[in-house]
Ligand binder design. Structure first.
Ligand code: GLC
Length: 556
């Protein structure tokens, strides 16, 4: 048990991911920006989120919408100026909101000066800052390419630079050449750029594809993945040489040490890592806790993405939560994610009714939750007509048809029922089309409907922020005697909460008398129930219903 007073801010926080292009346009170009985010800070504070993670805002040719960085210390004019950023940071801090920036260290844009130098000649001092390799025989097994590595975005992971006759590595777009962290100068340069933001006062970084940062030194071919069922060829290789190399941990430790240097000044900075990895491997990204600080020496929060991909059934999710909890280092702090800018929208994946159950799960499990903008109002995937598709990637992610990319989950935030939903002025064309139901489904409408998804989210987030049992209490699953129901206890020193979630669209009757005879309702998914439930041995849950119950000591 970790008493709330001893918890770090990032252990208590709800993290809210903002896709800056899509929250709020302030200057009439149809693209969201930093002054736009500033306008919405009070809304964000009002729904009880604590930390804002901004997808990249650095100067970028936008081949991958900012994940191709041309200058790590600047702000792209599309989003505003550095002054705009500083104003946002200060105003956020004035509201006790943290600001976490995306850091994309694995690759730069091909327009970054480092790459322009690197590609200038084979003898350029920065040649070795990227991963260059000679062609192989064109009649060999890899048809001239250095090896068989593939890009997540389709095709080979190598592109030939005709001027110098070598290939460069890119596991994403051809415009995203990968840095060579085997050259210590590269890490030094990246740390120097990180330092600039830390000096400006940001609260941490979310590090893009952190597990990919270093590759096999010998560039060995990757073996085929046993049992590959077809689909995107990238998924047919076992990525033992492009991901999770043992040397990655030293790089993460160096980044973390830099953050700790700044945390020592009193403002604790957090390191979140993008880690699509199985539990046992994920646990290693916490590093070790030799100094017994309880917070390790690598990522504070290596993202746990299991809920994003989990088949949506009660027993499967229960097992997943139990396995994850069991896999953590004793001191490792858990975290949970239900959606992001790369994956199908929650409401589309599980449906609007189960989205409430999922939100209840996210906000009542032990560990830091990360929420994706718009999920709090139940935004769903928006079908993008072919001529309006903007994501240039043929994405090999399971949720998307390759030709449609990830645009469906990046559409403008729906604020009200005015033309363009309050995202941008009515005479402006937003960078992606709005959902066709935005007039009914938006913040303004939901703010005046006490049963709306937004109210539900806000009530739950508020409860979480005030409840030691939810912030710090131990987690343990409870047998409810119904396959479609997942129940668990969150037990603090003085509070015990019982969460009961019906993962099905049919009513369920459960027996929770082993936990307590009776309980009182704190929140239910329909925001309709109140008062005491006297017979937990015979508790009826409606279709898609979830309950957060308080087990009064007197009842227990
Ligand atoms: C991460 C980002 C994704 C991006 C990729 C390459 O997975 O989340 O949006 O395309 O890295 O930077």
């Amino acid at each position: 048990m970790n008493p709330v007073e001893n918890m770090r801010w990032w252990q208590k926080a709800i993290v809210y991911q903002i896709y800056p292009r899509s929250l709020q346009d302030s200057n009439g170009d149809g693209i969201g920006d930093l002054p736009g985010i500033l306008q919405r800070l009070d809304y964000l504070k009002g729904i009880h989120v604590d930390a804002l993670w901004l997808s990249p805002i650095n100067p970028s040719p936008m081949h991958d919408f900012g994940y191709d960085v041309a200058d790590y210390t600047g702000v792209d004019p599309i989003f505003g100026s550095l002054d705009d950023f500083m104003r946002l940071l200060n105003e956020a801090h004035a509201r006790d909101l943290k600001v976490i920036l995306d850091l994309v260290p694995n690759h730069t844009s091909d327009e970054h000066p480092w790459f322009m130098e690197s590609r200038a000649s084979r003898t350029n001092p920065k040649r070795d800052w990227y991963i260059w390799s000679d062609p192989t025989p064109s009649d060999g097994p890899n048809g001239g390419l250095p090896n068989n590595w593939l890009s997540f975005f389709g095709g080979p992971a190598w592109t030939l630079d005709p001027a110098t006759g070598q290939y460069y590595l890119h596991q994403f777009d051809t415009h995203q050449p990968e840095l060579n962290y085997r050259n210590p100068e590269v890490l030094e340069a990246m740390l120097a750029d990180m330092r600039v933001w830390l000096e400006r006062g940001i609260d941490g970084f979310r590090v893009d594809v952190i597990w990919l940062m270093i590759k096999d030194a010998a560039l060995r071919d990757e073996p085929p993945l046993a049992g590959w069922g077809g689909g995107a060829p990238h998924r047919g290789l076992d990525h033992i040489y492009t991901g999770n190399q043992p040397e990655v941990h030293a790089i993460i430790r160096a980044m973390r040490a830099l953050l700790d240097e700044f945390s020592a000044g009193g403002q604790e900075r957090v390191l979140m890592g993008e880690t699509y990895l199985p539990n046992a491997v994920l646990a290693e990204y916490y590093g070790s806790d030799a100094a017994a600080t309880g917070v390790g020496d690598e990522c504070h929060l290596p993202f746990n993405f299991q809920l994003i991909g989990a088949p949506w059934n009660a027993q499967g999710v229960r097992k997943m939560v139990d396995d994850y909890e069991a896999s953590l280092p004793a001191w490792g702090w858990p975290n949970w994610v239900l959606g992001n800018h790369d994956r199908i929208r929650l409401a589309t994946r599980v449906g609007p009714d189960q989205a409430r159950v999922a939100t209840m799960l996210l906000l009542t499990l032990r560990g830091t939750p990360t929420c994706y903008y718009g999920d709090e109002i139940g935004m769903h995937n928006v079908e993008i007509p072919a001529e309006l598709v903007r994501d240039p990637q043929a994405v090999n992610l399971p949720d998307f048809a390759a030709e449609l990319g990830r645009d469906p989950v990046r559409t403008p935030m729906q604020w009200d029922d005015s033309p363009n939903a309050g995202f941008c002025a009515s005479d402006v064309i937003p960078w992606l089309p709005l959902a066709d139901d935005y007039a009914q489904n938006n913040v303004l409408v939901q703010e005046s409907d006490p049963q709306s998804p937004l109210w539900f989210y806000r009530v739950l987030a508020d409860l979480r922020s005030k409840s030691p049992a939810l912030l710090a209490g131990a987690y343990s699953a409870v047998d409810a005697g119904a396959d479609n129901v997942f129940a668990y206890l969150r037990a603090g020193d003085e509070q015990r909460f019982l969460v009961v979630l019906n993962f099905s669209a049919e009513a369920q009757v459960v027996n929770l008398s082993a936990v307590a005879a009776a309980a009182s309702v704190l929140v239910d998914t329909a925001l309709a129930k109140q008062g005491d439930l006297h017979f937990l041995r015979n508790l009826r849950l409606g279709p898609n219903e979830g309950l957060v119950l308080s087990i009064d000591a007197a009842f227990g």
